[in-house]
Write a protein that binds this ligand. Structure first.
Ligand code: ADP
Ligand code: ADP
Length: 230
């Protein structure tokens, strides 16, 4: 069955703004679903409802067949990774320690966590020999973003939510990082919900594309080819 099912999801904030209106999506395991649309159409709110940072007004979300509202919050944190554009690395920790945060908290043996962190840094295009020992402020915005992706993957979440993850990466490098991310995601079998305002990115990375419209409505939902045909 599908990994993530969003059914008739609606969010109206306290001030009366309806950010998401009657949204339904079904995302299979190891798929990337790209939510694309202009600023303010409810993409971030949708992600925040999936990981319970925002409470839905109505509708349901199920993760591997379970209602997320009934999943223990700690378990949910482990099951759902979250990457945002402002990655929020720990400024006083070196890059390697930043990537190892979650495995360390979970008690993964240090040598194993370290080897994996180095492998992930390499996979996101940061040579560990050069970057592992640096501090976040010694990296560019785009490089910090790569660290954020490596950190999220280090936790090995079955589902990864990404809000404009490549927004801070310069356009020349963005495509390379997108392609590397795609390969890595397929290898790990991670189910991804990716938010972007860039249709190119949505079509390039999404197995399914959800085009959202102002007012939080779903305008289109289908494969990239189906969406592009409209
Ligand atoms: P997007 O991610 O597509 O830019 P958002 O989900 O951030 O869209 O926002 C959708 C709409 O909801 C916007 O009109 C935004 O101003 C509004 N909104 C977002 N967060 C809040 C909030 N906490 N309170 C009230 N309105 C909000
Ligand atoms: P993003 O587009 O990445 O969601 P925003 O700048 O829209 O970033 O939102 C940043 C923060 O401000 C979020 O926590 C969001 O919920 C909140 N926010 C956004 N719009 C509003 C709003 N109209 N009223 C209150 N909070 C808002």
């Amino acid at each position: 069955g599908p990994m993530l099912v969003v059914d008739a999801l609606t969010k109206t904030y306290d001030d009366g703004t309806t950010a998401v209106r009657d949204l339904s999506l079904s995302i299979d395991r190891a798929e990337i679903a790209a939510l694309v649309g202009p600023s303010g159409c409810g993409k971030s709110t949708t992600l925040r409802m999936i990981n319970r940072l925002v409470e839905p007004t109505s509708g349901t979300i199920s993760l591997a067949g379970r209602d997320v509202m009934k999943v223990d919050p700690v378990e949910l944190r482990r099951g759902i990774g979250y990457v945002i554009q402002q990655v929020g690395l720990f400024p006083h920790q070196r890059i390697l320690a930043n990537v190892m945060t979650v495995p360390s908290l979970l008690g993964t043996p240090k040598a194993k966590a370290r080897a994996r962190a180095e492998e992930l840094l390499d996979l996101v295009g940061l040579d560990p020999a050069t970057y592992a020992g640096r501090y976040p402020h010694q990296l560019s915005g785009g490089q910090q973003q790569r660290v954020g992706v490596a950190r999220a993957l280090a936790a090995d979440p079955p589902v990864l939510l990404m809000d404009e993850p490549f927004g801070a990466v310069d356009p020349l490098e963005r495509r390379r990082l997108q392609d590397e991310f795609r390969k890595l995601q397929q290898r790990l079998g991670t189910t991804v919900v990716l938010v972007t305002h860039d249709l190119d990115e949505a079509v390039r990375l999404g197995d399914k594309v959800a085009v959202m419209a102002p007012g939080g409505r779903l305008a289109q939902w289908g494969t990239p080819a189906e969406v592009l045909a409209h």
